[in-house]
Design a binder for this molecule. Structure first.
Ligand code: NAD
Length: 296
């Protein structure tokens, strides 16, 4: 049993923290939302009033926060959580954040003799609840080896992507590919509609042809062909357009700072931004199809 501080008990963090409680750890959670804190308490965890208090003497610190600025503000500084951890502690950031911040956090942790990994996830809220997340991890072999038993209590796969920041790099590249892919599938169905080709026919053919991909065969953006896809429930739940937009923007920033050409992702990013503004921010990102085909 380890003493674990868990900062950020949102849609992802709360079920992840609950899985660590179930695994028998002493989990001390903190969140700005009293409702989230109460939910952890009800599940058998403890609640702190600040990240620094939660981290005080903990062997492991996990952050699951919205963006890089939140992780920085929680971890850094003399009153930050890194400074309060037990000697030789381990810190894991599972938020999706920019690569530059992730690398800066590795350096800051190392100055405080804390092992650090960036370990963003895929699998969504269902994966967080069922402990079936995939962790993509950046950091030293030693830190990854220490973190793996804990990650396995919250997920089904742990993939070491390389050195500091490479977990975030993998996450951003993957989600950028996904964002473009969904746009291509949505445009395919929009064109099929105009050409008088039945959606089901396009699905039957493309899913067995070279157009096949996750955005078509699992998260199909039109209702009908894949009954479990969010399109069949008014795009409720799933992976919100605003979260896809956040990841696309992070990938654009990373591309600009690294000098990578990502022109398709640039166009897709603008479309997700317009779709979010048009009221689809809290709908599954496959609602891009609705945005493309909306009648004015
Ligand atoms: P969320 O907004 O539901 O949760 C974030 C939580 O952090 C909130 O409860 C908020 O109150 C808390 N918080 C913010 N600042 C804080 C602070 N200073 N101290 C303590 N708590 C603070 O977000 P989420 O859906 O849980 O996502 C968390 C991260 O995981 C994000 O980076 C997101 O991109 C990533 N992610 C989300 C999903 C998903 O499907 N939701 C999937 C993969 C990755």
């Amino acid at each position: 049993m380890a003493k674990i501080a868990f900062v950020g008990l949102g849609n992802m963090g709360l079920p992840m923290a609950q899985n660590l409680v179930k695994a028998g750890h002493q989990v001390i959670g903190v969140d700005l939302s009293p409702v989230a804190c109460e939910a952890l308490h009800a599940a058998g965890g403890q609640v702190a009033t600040s990240a620094a208090q939660a981290a005080d003497g903990a062997e492991l610190l996990i952050t699951m926060l919205p963006a890089g600025k939140h992780v920085r503000s929680v971890l850094l500084g003399d009153d930050g959580a890194l400074a309060k951890l037990a000697p030789d502690a381990l810190a894991i950031d599972s938020s999706t954040i920019d690569v530059d911040t992730a690398r800066a956090l590795h350096e800051a942790a190392s100055l405080r003799h804390v092992s650090f990994i960036d370990a963003p996830v895929s699998g969504g809220t269902v994966g967080a609840q069922n402990a079936t997340l995939t962790f993509m991890v950046g950091g030293s072999d030693d830190a990854v080896a220490r973190a793996t038993p804990f990650l396995q209590q919250m997920g089904k796969a742990v993939i070491h992507a390389g050195g500091p920041g490479n977990g975030q790099a993998a996450k951003l590249c993957n989600n950028m590919m996904l964002g473009i892919q969904m746009l291509s599938v949505a445009e395919g169905f929009a064109l099929a509609d105009r050409l008088g080709l039945e959606r089901q026919k396009l699905f039957d053919i493309a899913s067995k042809s070279s157009g096949a991909c996750w955005s078509l065969t699992v998260n199909c953006p039109v209702p009908g062909p894949v009954p479990t896809s969010p399109a069949n429930r008014g795009y409720e739940g799933g992976f919100f357009t605003e979260l896809m937009l956040k990841d696309m923007r992070l990938a654009q920033d990373a591309g600009a700072s690294a000098g990578a050409a990502t022109p398709l992702a640039a166009a897709a990013t603008q479309l997700y931004a317009l779709a979010a503004q048009a009221g689809l921010a809290k709908k599954d990102f496959s609602s891009l199809f609705e945005f493309l085909t909306a009648k004015n």
